[in-house]
Each structure stands twice: as structure tokens, then as C-alpha cells.
Design a protein around this ligand. Sequence first.
Ligand SMILES: [Ca+2]
Length: 194
Amino acid sequence: MKKILSAAIVMACMLPSFSHATETGEPVKTYSFSKKKAPAEWSTGKTFLIADDRRLGLFNDRNKKYPSATTLTVSNIPQGSSVEISFDMIFVGSWDSEGKLADRFTVSIAGGPVLLDMTKFPCAVIDDDDNQPTGHDGFVRVGERDRAYWISPVSVEVPASLIINGEATVEFKGFLTGRKTEFWAIDNVTIKFR
Ligand SMILES: [Ca+2]
């Protein structure tokens, strides 16, 4: 009997260590969009092949053929925890960091505050020529043309104060000046509770 009791105590002591592992950085959820349709937590289902890897996208807020934004609903967030969302942002075409054609990308609470406001992009071209990209990760066919793409790791935190009833809906949105020349997609999303 004594043996059984001590085994139960050891088991009970092990339980908190599981939640501790989560706090110290184990993802509670990952999305790699390996199927044609994205999981239901995402408001848009369409995926697109870039370098033989499915990504959520493409998006363009000025072109009716594409959705302009997507939202991700994160549920079962422990009380008092914040949420860290990390993902690969894929910039397709030559996004502009300045000037009249400047583009923008935001991550925000749906209908609420902006968490990340991006105005600097890695899309560099030589001599202002879209046919001479530099530092890009490859080319992808969009419509009738091959376009360069750049992949940047992005991380954003949803503070505990913006989480209501253990849930947060986060919106990803691009504000593009190019209707047919600029697009975006996301991939390899990981969710961590902090
Ligand atoms: Ca993927």
C-alpha cells in the first residue's frame, strides 16, 4: 500500500512540470498548411504553392481575385497568459518601404489595437528594376509572370490584457499599392502561451 501511495505522489508531482514546459517555450499549436484548405481557426481557406510548400495565401487588398486579410482565432488561453505568434511572412513582388508607393503590413486584434505595424520590407531590387531582385529566396509564378519572393521570420505578442474569455482573434492584413505586382502569404505559424 505504501508503495502505491508514493507512486501516486510522484505522479502528482510530475503534473505541474507539464504546464511548466509549455510556459518555457513549447508551441501549443503549429500550422504548416500542408493541406489544400487551411484549418477552421483561419478565416480564409486558400493555400498556394511556393517552392513546393503550401502557404496560406495569396493575399492582395486591391485585387478582387484575392482575399485582403485573414484572421486566426486562438482559444483555450490560460488566464493571465499572453500569446506569442511566430510565422514566416512571405513578401511576393517588390514591396516598397518608402515613397508614394509605400506598402504596409499589420497584425492586430480583429476590430482592435494594432500589435505590429510593418513599413520596412526586405524586397530589394537593383536599379529600381523588378527584374533584378536581390537577396530574395526564389521566384514564384503569379498570373503570367514569375515574381521574386522574400521570406522574413516575424513574431508578435498578444498581451494578456487583450485576451477575453481565453480567446483572441488576430488579423493579418496587407495594405498594398500594387494590384498585380505585390502579394503576400504566411506559413509555419507557431503559437506559444507565455
Ligand atoms: Ca507550408
